[in-house]
Design a protein around this ligand. Structure first.
Ligand code: KIV
Ligand code: NA
Length: 271
């Protein structure tokens, strides 16, 4: 039985924090499931992490849809959340519903995530009403890089109050969870205490109901990572080791060996 957003919320009341990680392909998603993550976010961070862009802005609905399908097909248990890319929501309600609905209807997602603001309260309510669970996202919202950069948000009393108020509005609108990105830990603590839906932090301190990071950072796949992330492995190093081994074996004539080849005796003397 796959996780539902209801079970996700119930699990948030357990002893251990919820765990969420991004994945953009089937093998990474399968590894996430095997390792026991509660939720997989098919984040628009794929723009930087998988597609070679330098921001999330160029990521398309097609790209998120294709990779959401791959993640959903590769997993049974974790909640699969499709991240709605820049301008795929919030411009026109019918388009927003169609783009979000597609992730569930055609790709097998269980929920969508939307970078939130005062403009997404009504949309969150509408999506929840038709059966599309919404994970809200406040604090640093990278689709606003041209206004915010990538700096910490909610550092003044006024800005922190605004985030806290929007958090409450999105809970009231029916969001099932809230990502808090790159905000002071003491703001995240207060929002977490104030809300009944789970908060999932990234660069938001230890008191959120759960944590999320970008898979590339956790795996050690990229040179650069944000200050709040940590590499728990050296997958980039492992990949280079494997590819070097392959290149050397081919160049040295050691691969393919006899056990990788097949000789059909009937095919001798063709010429
Ligand atoms: O796209 C993404 O990976 C995200 C997480 C960092 C929350 O939005
Ligand atoms: Na995102």
């Amino acid at each position: 039985m796959p996780t539902t957003v209801r079970e996700f919320r119930v699990r948030a009341d357990g002893e251990a924090p919820l765990t969420m990680l991004t994945a953009y392909d089937a093998p990474t998603a399968a590894a996430c499931e095997a390792a026991g993550v509660d939720a997989i976010l098919v984040g628009d961070s794929m723009g930087n992490a998988a597609l070679g862009y330098d921001s999330t802005l160029p990521v398309t609905v097609e790209e998120v849809a294709s990779r959401t399908g791959a993640v959903a097909r590769a997993t049974d248990e974790p909640l699969v959340i499709a991240d709605m890319p820049f301008l795929s929501f919030g411009v026109n309600e019918a388009e927003s519903l169609k783009n979000a609905g597609r992730m569930l209807k055609e790709e097998g997602a269980h929920a969508v995530k939307i970078e939130s603001g005062s403009h997404t309260v009504g949309l969150t309510e509408r999506l929840a009403a038709v059966g599309i669970p919404v994970m809200a996202h406040l604090g640093l919202t990278p689709q606003k890089v041209n206004q915010l950069g990538y700096s910490r948000q909610g550092t003044s009393r006024e800005a922190a109050n605004e985030i806290a108020a929007l958090a409450r509005e999105h809970e009231d609108a029916g969001a099932f969870a809230l990502v808090l990105e790159h905000v002071p830990a003491n703001l995240a603590t207060q929002v977490t205490e104030d809300l009944s839906i789970p908060t999932i932090g990234i660069g938001a301190g230890p008191d959120c109901d759960g944590q999320v990071l970008v898979a590339n950072d956790v795996l050690g796949l990229d040179d650069q990572q944000p200050p709040f992330a940590e590499a728990f492995g050296d997958v980039r190093g492992e990949m280079e080791k494997a590819v070097s081994g392959y290149v050397e074996a081919v160049e040295d004539g050691e691969f393919p060996a006899e056990e990788h080849s097949h000789v059909e005796s009937d095919l001798d003397d063709l010429y």
